[in-house]
Design a protein. Structure first.
Length: 385
């Protein structure tokens, strides 16, 4: 493989202020985005009543993905990251309907790479991170609504002219009602059990690059009203050392109400801010209870040995926690450390015994700072035939 492109953890931080607009001057601010989507204001002194954000293991109508478009981000590795995205899409399409968003001029190439079992639609995107650009879905009285959290390039760290409009455009296309959130956030920020408990890193949302001037208490109140959440459990995360400011979906994930898998660095990996973040999350979860008063069962999900993986790059994202739960299957990375890959697969199989565990090679995506969960976004509902 050729030399690695700028990745999400480091070099992209230098783009701040170089044309990536910040909150307040962005097209993705409240009221921005494409026209035509049914939209309601995010205030919901009553909006939280009857709302529910479902768990990922519940039924999906479809999976949304994005075809990476920017060679300014991926440079000579753009073809390789596209191969990873197509590989994930083909794998998921064996279990549920997959919709790939692609720029019109890239539609034909994306369709050829993904195969006929993936629907490729013309919808302008910038990069592959559908988890963060597609709205967060909630349900109320049997109706699904998309909550648009006004994607702003993770606080202005990357060009996002098209990605900022994905939420409104996609919901309009599928006729899904749209609610504008009173916050800026990304889908990778949120992890829920479907029963009113939300896990989130403080670093990724109580942050001046998304929500300037808003306190943690105010943000918590707005999350509860917007998503129907009953209890928010705050984890510290890591501020300023990756483009996302440490999303929770690479740190800790629910497998059932009261049960979480926690990312754990390999014992041969030197201690750093990421391992300390995991330790802090463990300490919080060991003392916390969920929305129904249950203590958490915390299961370690160990990372591979960085000397054994097939990927490259100092900031290779080697967590297995960034898995994706689809209809009848769980999709996880294969990093090349056979012992660790097998162990992680076994852990996931134990916690999802009725689903196939599918391992997918994603070395370029991981070298660019993400994983399978980052590249996918589920829409709840009855599966599309």
């Amino acid at each position: 493989m050729s030399s690695l492109p700028p990745n999400r953890r480091t070099v992209l931080r230098t783009l701040t202020g170089l044309g990536a607009v910040m909150l307040g001057a962005s097209a993705c601010g409240p009221g921005g985005g494409a026209e035509g989507a049914a939209s309601t204001a995010g205030d919901a002194g009553t909006a939280g009543e009857g709302l529910r954000m479902g768990a990922e293991w519940e039924s999906h109508a479809r999976t949304f993905m994005s075809w990476p478009a920017l060679d300014s981000v991926w440079a000579e590795d753009l073809p390789y990251v596209r191969e990873d995205i197509a590989r994930i899409a083909r794998a998921i399409a064996e279990y549920e309907y997959v919709v790939m968003m692609a720029r019109p001029e890239q539609l034909k190439a994306a369709q050829k790479a993904c195969g006929r079992d993936v629907e490729v639609i013309p919808l302008a995107v910038d990069d592959l991170w559908a988890r963060d650009t597609v709205p967060v879905f909630v349900e109320q009285d049997g109706e699904v609504t998309g909550v648009d959290f006004h994607f702003n390039g993770w606080g202005g760290k990357q060009t996002h002219t098209n990605d900022a409009r994905v939420g409104a455009t996609l919901l309009a296309k599928y006729g899904v009602p749209r609610r504008e959130a009173p916050l800026v956030a990304e889908g990778g920020s949120f992890e829920t059990d479907g029963e009113g408990t939300l896990l989130i890193t403080e670093s990724s949302i109580v942050n001046g690059n998304r929500n300037p001037g808003k306190s943690r208490d105010r943000i918590e109140d707005e999350l509860k009203r917007t998503l129907g959440i009953k209890k928010v459990i705050w984890l510290a995360g890591v501020r300023g050392e990756d483009i996302t400011d440490a999303h929770v979906d690479s740190l800790v994930r629910f497998t059932a109400p009261g049960v979480v898998l926690l990312d754990m660095t390999h014992p041969d990996t030197p201690a750093d801010s990421w391992s300390r973040s995991s330790d802090q999350a463990r300490a919080v979860l060991s003392e916390a209870t969920d929305a129904k008063g249950r203590p958490f069962e915390v299961i370690d999900l160990p990372q591979p040995d960085l000397y054994e993986i097939t990927g490259e790059g100092d900031d290779f994202v080697s967590t297995y926690a960034n898995f994706y739960v689809a209809n009848d299957a769980v999709f996880m990375p294969r990093f090349g450390d056979r012992k660790a890959d097998k162990r992680a697969r076994s852990i996931l199989q134990e916690h999802f015994p009725k689903r196939d565990i599918v391992q997918v090679e994603i070395d370029t995506i991981a070298s660019g700072g993400g994983g399978i969960h980052c590249a996918t976004h589920d829409e709840p509902g009855k599966p599309v035939d």
